[in-house]
Design a protein around this ligand. Structure first.
Ligand SMILES: *Cc1c(COP(=O)(O)O)cnc(C)c1O
Length: 397
């Protein structure tokens, strides 16, 4: 068997119940798990998946999903959480204490910035932003209190693709002068790459968090997150924090994600091709000042994407001409029929949302015009193109 991802995910090891060998893993649901005797109750271990003790700490269904997500991302261990956002906050809570500082890319996913500004700040954990496109800025911002550096590739909304190995190297240099207990860790929000566009661990990243809500589910009907690691010690810290927080996932949600996994690579590449076609076409439409997508040659960080990634996800952003008002852009979004207004992406249905970039970042933004982010679904590309074309006529009136 080759190590091609789809084959690997479809023929992933699974031990079926005696006499019931089938493609799909069973859906096991429980809060209570019975122990045969007191000795078993005292000694049974769930942390290494050698046993089951309580529904919150894992079921046969969630253990299988964890193993497959770890495989998908080229990691060794996985912990499932209730959403992508809770996967990110779990990493923060597992590794940060009062007096520590976490560094975030300026173009990070918005709600994760809100967690730092709201909860982390109240707990005496500071955060600062760095320009993800400038490793020297990260270097300047790593201080004695820094313990964690988050990365995102590409940035949310504005889709700049950073020099991941360059940023990791900055952290590695800072760690040369530090002892093991003050080591700075790197964590990546890997929702966009999904384990398919690139292998985060081969780029030197310590921890990968992903919103399984997006590609692995693929159905726009589940919220779930994952934290994947290769290092056993890091995994144990994530696992213990997760156990203390009580954020285990339900078996029916795990079932939906398991159902989505065999087609994840197929969907990723199909949506990639459709998105590139639309992004390229969009560049030539009047009223459009710039189209942001890592595979487009002028898009920020294109060279890093080309060097480090094999594919691109289903997102592109269009920046409109300065002369086009927010009202016209809103009317354009309202005129779209197939692209529905809403958050999230990587489901079957195309989505879009307008953003005001200057209010969501501090680093300079070169454009004046408004931005709309498009998430391309699984509809026929020609229908999506026609939908944007008809809405553009509304924009121009
Ligand atoms: C959607 C998303 C998340 C959060 O996922 P939820 O499951 O909605 O909490 C985190 N990071 C990125 C980049 C996302 O797009």
């Amino acid at each position: 068997m080759s190590d091609a991802l789809p084959t690997h995910l479809i023929h992933h090891p699974y031990t079926p119940p005696e006499g019931f060998d089938a493609m799909s893993p069973g859906v096991h649901k429980a809060s209570t798990v019975f122990f045969p005797d007191v000795n078993a109750l005292r000694t049974r271990e769930w942390k290494d998946k050698s046993g089951y003790t309580y529904g919150l700490h894992g079921t046969p269904t969630t253990f299988v999903l964890e193993e497959r997500i770890a495989s998908l991302e080229g990691g060794r261990h996985c912990v499932l959480t209730t959403s992508g956002l809770s996967a990110i906050s779990l990493v923060d809570m597992a590794f940060l204490s009062q007096g520590h500082e976490v560094l975030l890319p300026d173009n990070a996913y918005g709600p994760r910035k809100a967690f730092a500004a709201g909860e982390l700040a109240r707990w005496g954990i500071t955060h600062r932003f760095f320009d993800a496109m400038n490793p020297a800025d990260l270097e300047a911002k790593i201080g004695p209190a820094t313990r964690l550096v988050w990365l995102e590739a590409p940035g949310s909304i504005t889709l700049e693709f950073p020099d991941l190995p360059g940023l990791v190297a900055v952290v590695q240099r800072a760690n040369e002068a530090r002892g093991d207990d003050s080591r700075v860790l790197t964590a990546l929000d890997n929702t966009w790459g999904a384990g398919i566009a690139f292998n985060a661990f081969e780029l030197g990243i310590d921890i990968s968090a992903q919103a399984l809500t997006k590609y692995p589910s693929g159905g726009a009907d589940v919220l779930m997150g994952s934290v994947v690691t290769r290092d056993e010690r890091l995994h144990q810290e994530v696992l213990l924090c997760h156990m203390r927080l009580g954020i285990g996932v339900g078996a029916n949600d795990a079932e939906f994600v398991l159902r989505g996994l065999p087609s994840v690579a197929l969907r990723y590449h199909a949506q990639d091709a459709a998105t590139r076609a639309l992004a390229e076409w969009m560049q030539h439409q009047s009223g459009v000042a710039a189209v942001l997508h890592p595979a487009l040659p002028h898009s920020p960080g294109h060279a890093y994407w080309k060097r480090d990634a094999k594919a691109a996800a289903c997102l592109f952003s269009a920046v409109f001409d300065d002369a086009i008002s927010q009202q016209q852009i809103d009317a354009f979004c309202d005129a779209l029929r197939l692209f529905r207004l809403g958050w999230s992406w990587a489901g079957p249905m195309s989505l879009c949302a307008p953003y005001h970039v200057p209010s969501i970042r501090t680093t300079p933004w070169p454009h004046q015009g408004g931005l709309v982010r498009f998430a391309v679904g699984l509809e026929a590309v020609e229908d999506l193109r026609a939908d944007i074309a008809q809405a553009l006529t509304v924009l121009r009136t």
